[in-house]
Each structure stands twice: as C-alpha cells, then as structure tokens.
Design a binder for this molecule. Sequence first.
Ligand code: FAD
Length: 485
Amino acid sequence: MNASGKADGGNFDVVIAGNGVLGLSLAWILARRGQRVAVLGRPARPWAGSTASGAMLGCFGEVTTSLLASEHGRAKLELGIEAGRLWPQWLAELEEVTEGAPVKTARGTTVVLNTIGTAEIDDANYQAIRAELTRYEEPFEDVEPADLDWVDAEPISRPLRAFHIPGEHAVNSAALLERLEAAVVQAGGILVPEFATRVEYRGDRVTGVVLADGRRITAGHVTLAAGARTQELLDSLPVGPRIPRLVSGYGVSALIRTADGTAPDSVVRTPNRSFACGLHVVPRGDGQVYVGATNVISVDPRDTAEMRDLVFLLQCAHRQVRRNLWNSDVTKVQVGNRPVSMDGFPLLGDGGMRGLSVMTGTYRDGLHLSPLLAQDFAARALGEETRADVARFAPVRQPLRTGTREEIVDVLIDHQMGIGYEQDWTIPVEWHQWIEMDLRPGTLAWANGLDPEFTPPPELLFASRFDPELVSILRKYYATCREYS
Ligand SMILES: Cc1cc2nc3c(=O)[nH]c(=O)nc-3n(C[C@H](O)[C@H](O)[C@H](O)COP(=O)(O)OP(=O)(O)OC[C@H]3O[C@@H](n4cnc5c(N)ncnc54)[C@H](O)[C@@H]3O)c2cc1C
C-alpha cells in the first residue's frame, strides 16, 4: 500500500467492487470493525445510480398495487420500513465523523394526486400508499391542495388531493457519497480508483479481483456492488449464468436553480407511474431543487440523456408541479442506471461460491436501503448473525414470480397508456379505446412468443418489444433457468 491510499495489489479481508452508496456504506462498517477493506471504482463513478438519485428515503411513497400483489413485493416493502428506522442514527454518526454539506435536504414527503394521473395507476397507488401507512401505523395527514404552498401547477395538471408523510425524508446524494468516502478513509479503508475487470477464483472459492490496469488484489471475501455493471463481473464466474441477469433502469434527473430562489421544505411527489418512480421535486438547499426521474430499461448502462427523456422530465415538472420552473436555470442534467435484475427483485446475499457476496439489483430504492444492507452484509463478512430478511432475494435462484402473464400484461398496458396521458396526447376520443383494445392482445401474443413459461416484469416486457438484444438476453436466461431447475 502506498501513502496516497492506493493499493498496489495487496491482500485484504474484503474487497468491494463498486464505489456507489452500497459499496461505500458496507466499507464504512467493515473498516470501523477493523477489517482490511478495499473499495474499487473510478472516482467519477461512471454509470452510477447513486449520483443521479433524488435521493428519497421513501418506502411508503414507493408503494404500488403491483408491489403489494406478491409476497416478494411485500417483503421488499418491509425491508424498506426497517431501513427507514436506521437512517436517523446512520446520518447522525456520519455527520459526526465527517465534515461537508448537510446530507438531509427534505423534511417529510407530500404525495400528490393530480389530474394527469390515471385511475388505474395513480388513484390505485395513491390509495395503496395510504392503506400501507395505516397498516404499519406510520403517521400521515391530509393536506388541502390549496394549502400546497410551493405547488403551482398548470390548471389542467392541478392537484386534486394530497397527504403528507412526516417520516419520509430525502438526502443530497452527492453530499452523502462525499461523506461516506471520507468516513471510509478515516476508518482505515482503502479507495482504489480503478475498475475490477474480473473476479479470480480457485475451485469454488473466489480469491480476489483483477483491476483494469492489470494489478491483482487478493481477498478472503469479494463483494460485488458495481450497480448495473455488476453483470460484467458475474460473467467472469462459473456461477454467473445461475444469477438473474442485470440490465439498467436508465434514468434522467436534473438540478434546477429556481427563478425566485424558493424550494419546498419537503419532497413533493406523485405516486409511481409510467414504469418510473413518479414525478418528484426534492429541495437541495440554496434555492435549488432536484427534479426526477425517468426510467427506461436498457441492456447497457447509459451515460448521456436522450433528448426525449430530458424534455419529458422537464415538461412534467413545470406543468405538474410549478409553472415558474419554466424560466428557472437547469444547472445539471444527471444520468444514472438503476441495477435491475431479470425478475425485478434485488440480488442480495451469498453469490454461490465461497467468499463471494452479491449486493445489487436494488432498482429504485437502493439508496434508501443502504444502511440496512450495509449492516447485513457486514455481519455476513464477519460471520455474525444477520438482521435483514433477504433470504428470498438470494442471488442464485429461479426468477421470482409476481403474477400471471395476463396480470403482468395488464399492468404493462396501464402504464403504457399512462405515458400517453402524461405526455398530453391529443387523439380523437374513441382512439384511446381502440389502441388499448389492440395493444392488450398484441402484448399478450408477444409475451407468449417470448417464452412459453416465464414472463418478465412489465417494464422489461415493454422494453423487449423494441429491443432485439433484450429479447435474446431474456430467452437465453430463461433457457438457463430451465437447465438448472
Ligand atoms: C434517476 C434515479 C433516481 C433514483 N432515485 C432514488 C431515490 O430517490 N431513492 C433511492 O433509494 N434510490 C433511488 N434510485 C436508485 C438508487 O440510485 C440505486 O438503487 C442505488 O444507488 C444503487 O447503488 P449501488 O451502490 O448498488 O450502485 P451504483 O450507485 O450504480 O454504484 C456502482 C458503482 O460501481 C462502479 N463500477 C462499475 N463497474 C465497476 C467495476 N467493474 N469495478 C468497480 N466499480 C465499478 C460505478 O462506476 C459506480 O460508481 C434512483 C436511481 C436513478 C438512476
């Protein structure tokens, strides 16, 4: 090891491939527990999801009827609830040992039901969020749309109903990552500013990684937390094909300096819609707001924004939330990649080879889950009892199923039609019905032709219609599933 903190090869207890929020959070705990830990990743964090995220610490705000339709979705919600309990202490400790910009940026979350939403998605998800808040005895209060001070939507996009969740906040992801990095180094962890290109193994035991510059790092334990790019590392291992493949949920967000220097106190968001995490505005201090976010399934992670996604996002923000965003300054366009597995659920736990852990596939809420997952994975590496119930998300698995093919197609159609309404499409009145009438059987026939047995989650099925590479990846993956079943 040299003085600049660079590993020149070397031997570690744990090497973590990936310097996003998950890798750094885990490293912080392990380093504090006296482990020799190295975190790999380029400082600019290419393709990261963490840097582009809001970052809402929400699990109730993320509730959808589809999430609640399966036991796996319910289990995911419960992980989110548990993670939410850890954040106050996690942040307090982080802010105690590091200096920098405040991490927490929003007090609470206000969920808005507006006229743009559809009954099938927005009304249903709005009610589902409230029902789960009630079920878990989490406080919330109704807000009169007229009392939503900061909201000034176009009349045809105006809020109809709203409620406030005082316990769901948001953080500044840039400040969080900066402080986590400092905390890791302070605790004795080593940041290696390079990518891993493959994992090395002998028999069924992993022994370390090879870096992009050719150096080798050996370690007793290797944790893969490279977000959507984790797939490349899994491809270097014999166990790789048995783990649901990862694709990217590429998303665009933007930072905006508001024309009048104001920002809301809380997160202002719609329920999840259009295959994405709902339209949301998050205060970022000094008259800045974060506006997010789009979600498009892409085989390869992206690092630039497609014009249509950026235009869509910005239009939604000024039309549905605040009109004077229109003449505010866009200070940064952010592009990130959510790690999305072929069944849409996280890949968490032992990677099917001795010494290998996989910590990814967290999709829309990996940042919120980070303190919980970090504690869980640290306990694994240290041979201690784990606290999070993630067994069902073990990486080596058959795809988790959430419903029948028809149910998945129904959700897809609801969201696809919803995209049209959110984009303010103007077509003769009966055309909506005609389109939907043909879209449903057409999509079902597509799903039948894709695979006789498995159906991907709605957004992957949707994307597969336009992407032959995704079709071939899905088919290959399902063939492998049958081989190992
Ligand atoms: C627009 C957007 C908005 C979001 N909003 C929210 C939100 O409000 N709340 C929430 O909880 N979540 C949100 N998410 C999801 C969240 O960002 C992710 O679930 C989470 O950040 C994943 O963290 P990670 O550390 O696993 O991966 P990442 O953040 O993707 O980090 C992976 C890191 O690994 C590095 N890397 C890649 N390949 C290698 C390699 N071979 N070797 C070493 N390093 C490598 C990358 O450069 C990157 O820095 C959002 C995501 C997006 C894109």
